[in-house]
Design a protein around this ligand. Structure first.
Ligand code: FRU
Length: 487
């Protein structure tokens, strides 16, 4: 939620969107002195990507849901425009930037230099630091701190303090691999290892990595997780999306412990998300903001005016183990609960054909625990208006959950946008669905966060009615909540 007037068409209530112009990846996500900081890739001159990219604006929040937008944080300079990156708190003054205060924020970002002389472009990593909680920034005078002689794609540094080896670690996107570097002061970096050959999806260029440890649910065990976003490939319907690997990390080498590709989100509209740094230990959550709720395939064409793009709801990440397979679990942060009033409306309701519910809201959340008796297909229709409908279909014969936004509203700006989004389900006899509906998006979380599907929609109104239906049989809604805004 931005403290903006909601009068503009498609302007979200619950999701962060820039007041003006273009936004893509979240950058420099960090918690410091009671505030969450969100910087983002921004073109302040237009609502399309391109032109000189900035870090900024910048937004701060106390609860991860309502954000105050602040001025641009990092402007382009002679080393280039400002591409994606991260932020850390240098508590022990390893950089020497903070002799007179107990720690401060350091941003580590990519400088992208493109000109007739620099063709192909040059990408290098630079530092900036702040003495006033991220409000103003000083660029390090000896930037760049890390460059490469031959790699053209050399970007999106995500840095964290690795406790057991007592050093900073950087994961960096380097073509179709992730390179790992380490440092004692954020200034001098040594190469450690490179990950990615013959593993995972190589459908596009690798971007915006993140590496962190996650506790396994109901267990003492923990594992390291590497997130990697993959750029658009015109030959594949999905466009840009994010994969992850689960394995071990010893401070130098990340080793994945599985084959095949794990997708973080089965929707089209969640890209380049990474996690917040420096969440206090007593909180202990791994909070992910992603991502950027769009897709490079059509991001520049979505039908908003004067501003473009929004972020997903921040999500808490966990890890679930089933035999030897690990799955990321993601649920909206608990802070979101405050924005809803709970209203239970369904208990043990049998549905054949269709049941309709009034749900005239400016934003809302629906949670359903459904058991299938003998329906061949069943699902939920979000009736934005009598003619704008988004359908969620569970196909028991193909074992699929499908989101169909073909009739959801404006779709004609891209041939790719109406293509169905699907998740393969292992069991269609029972399903738990939780759906957040906002002005121009639907986020679905399934089976307690075992899967997510994030999708933009551009209907004329947010929601008027919701229907539940079963085809050729019956379903039982064991429990359902329709949550309305807390206003
Ligand atoms: C990902 C990305 C990054 C890059 C930034 C530029 O969406 O392509 O790799 O740093 O966007 O805006």
């Amino acid at each position: 939620m931005t403290k903006l007037k909601q009068a503009e068409k498609y302007r979200p209530y619950l999701h962060f969107s820039p007041s003006k112009n273009w936004m893509n990846d979240p950058n420099g996500l960090i918690y410091f002195k009671g505030e969450y900081h969100l910087f983002f890739q921004h073109n302040p001159h237009d609502s399309k990507w391109g032109g000189p990219m900035h870090w900024g604006g910048h937004a701060v929040s106390k609860d991860l849901v309502t954000w105050d937008e602040l001025p641009i944080a990092l402007y382009p300079d002679e080393d280039g425009t400002i591409f994606s990156g991260s932020a850390v708190v240098d508590w022990n003054n390893t950089t020497g930037f903070f002799p007179d205060q107990p720690g401060g924020i350091v941003a580590i970002f990519t400088h992208h230099l493109e000109s007739e002389v620099h063709n192909p472009p040059k990408q290098s990593q630079g530092l900036a630091y702040s003495y006033d909680n991220g409000r103003t920034w000083i660029k390090y005078r000896n930037n760049p701190v890390l460059k490469h002689d031959s790699k053209v794609d050399f970007r999106d540094p995500k840095v964290f303090w690795h406790h057991s080896s007592n050093k900073w670690v950087m994961v960096l996107a380097t073509g179709e691999s992730i390179s790992i570097y380490s440092s004692h002061n954020l200034i001098d970096w040594s190469f450690e290892s490179e990950f990615g050959e013959n593993i995972g999806s190589h459908d596009g260029v690798w971007e915006c990595p993140d590496l962190f440890e996650l506790k396994v649910e109901n267990n003492e065990e923990s594992k390291w997780v590497l997130l990697v976003s993959i750029g658009d490939n015109p030959n594949i319907d999905n466009g840009s999306r994010t994969q992850y690997f689960v394995g071990t990390f010893d401070g130098s080498i990340f080793r994945a412990e599985h084959e095949g590709t794990k997708w973080l989100d089965y929707g089209k509209d969640n890209y380049a998300g990474v996690s917040f740094a420096d969440i206090p230990e007593e909180d202990g959550r791994r909070i992910y903001l992603g991502g950027w709720m769009s897709n490079w395939r059509y991001a520049n064409e979505v039908p908003t005016h004067g501003w473009r793009s929004q972020m997903t709801i921040p999500r808490e990440l966990g890890l679930r183990r089933d035999k030897d397979s690990y799955t990321i679990i993601q649920v909206p942060v608990q802070e979101l609960d405050y924005y809803f009033t709970r209203k239970e409306i369904i208990k043990n309701e049998w549905i054949g054909k269709e049941l309709r519910y009034d749900f005239n809201v400016s934003y809302g959340m629906i949670t359903l625990n459904i058991g299938n008796k003998d329906a061949v297909k069943y699902g939920v229709n979000i009736h934005h208006t009598p003619t704008n409908v988004t359908s969620i279909i569970i196909d028991t014969q193909k074992n699929l959950l499908v989101l169909d936004r073909n009739k959801s509203g404006i779709v004609s700006f891209s041939d790719n946008f109406p293509i169905q989004q699907e998740i393969k389900l292992s069991d269609t006899r029972k399903i738990k669905l939780s759906m957040i509906i906002d002005s121009s998006s639907i986020e679905i979380f399934g089976n307690g966060g075992e899967f997510a599907l994030t999708s933009l929609v551009y209907p004329d109104k947010i929601c008027e009615e919701v229907s539940l239906y079963a085809l050729d049989g019956e379903i039982n809604v064991e429990e359902g909540y329709f949550l309305k805004p807390n206003t």
